[in-house]
Ligand binder design. Structure first.
Ligand code: TMP
Ligand code: ASP
Length: 265
């Protein structure tokens, strides 16, 4: 059988060569890791959900002026994207204190930040993705000053758009991580949003109850991980595309189809 070429296997995705030059297939796995892969597990159905959620959010963001790598979803677990040269940064946008910033600065989780804050980590597993300053990025040439300006502008636009989108379905966007890539287009270097946006890469809290609807349920052993991911998809109106939920999420989804989710939105 003619197997397509695998380009890279990461913690949550596998990248394959795409059907045309300059394209890549992203395959979404159910595998989950945390704390630089010290903790490992699987979240049933996660790959299918993240593929669909990421498709939806990248499509919406494209329409909102955030150019990105997404081309189209191919099947339940795969999407076709443009091949970009990944900039080795994890760009984290925070609206409310949670996770590592709480430890670092002694903040109580849930404290609203004085304004949205952008942080940069150097994308390097061996070093544990260390926090860096803008100075490191330009001094080491990971991104040029104009590229960094564009990355910041696109991150702010993404935060504004996604904060509104999630607020509309009763979810507070606490923080999230973005990755960017560069691509040549008619001799012009462009920055595109890349990777994925999903409950793996965001903190999403129910506005009313404060319940966590993201990967922190896995990181912190809170249980109901798959249910939380399904709940995000349901509120986005995507559940009918994802197929049957595992048995343990039936209670959450019972009687709440697309129309209900739309009403809530
Ligand atoms: P942090 O509080 O652990 O620094 O995480 C901030 C946000 O970035 C949170 O929404 C989770 C996301 N994130 C990733 O997507 N990948 C990572 O490797 C890490 C550390 C965080
Ligand atoms: N995915 C990252 C890891 O495996 C960290 C995280 O999301 O918490 O380490």
């Amino acid at each position: 059988m003619n197997r397509r070429r695998q380009i890279y296997e990461g913690k949550a995705k596998i990248l394959y060569e795409g059907p045309e030059p300059g394209t890549i297939i992203q395959f979404f796995k159910d595998d989950a890791t945390a704390f630089n892969a010290e903790k490992r597990g699987t979240i049933e159905g996660k790959g299918v959900i993240n593929n669909r959620i990421s498709e939806f959010l990248f499509t919406q963001l494209g329409g909102a002026g955030v150019p990105n790598h997404f081309i189209r979803r191919v099947n339940m677990r795969e999407q076709l994207v443009r091949q970009v040269e990944i900039i080795p940064l994890e760009v984290i946008v925070r609206n409310v204190a949670a996770g590592s910033i709480c430890k670092r600065l002694g903040l109580e989780e849930g404290t609203a930040l004085p304004r949205s804050i952008i942080e940069f980590c150097y994308k390097n597993d061996a070093l544990g993705d260390p926090l860096i300053a803008e100075e490191h990025i330009t001094a080491f040439g990971w991104a040029s000053p104009p590229e960094l300006d564009e990355i910041i502008a696109l991150s702010i636009r993404t935060n504004d758009y996604l904060s509104g989108l999630f607020a509309g379905i009763g979810i507070k966007l606490i923080d999230f991580k973005l990755e960017f890539g560069r691509i040549w287009e008619n001799d012009i270097l462009r920055i595109l949003l890349a990777d994925e946006i999903s409950p793996d890469s965001c903190r999403l809290w129910d506005i009313k109850s404060g319940e966590k609807l993201d990967k922190d349920r896995f990181r912190r052993d809170l249980g109901g991980v798959s249910e939380a991911y399904h709940e995000v998809a349901r509120r986005l109106g995507l559940l009918q595309d994802i197929g049957e939920a595992p048995n343990n999420v039936v209670d959450i989804t019972k009687g709440k189809g697309k129309d209900k989710a739309k009403e809530e939105g």
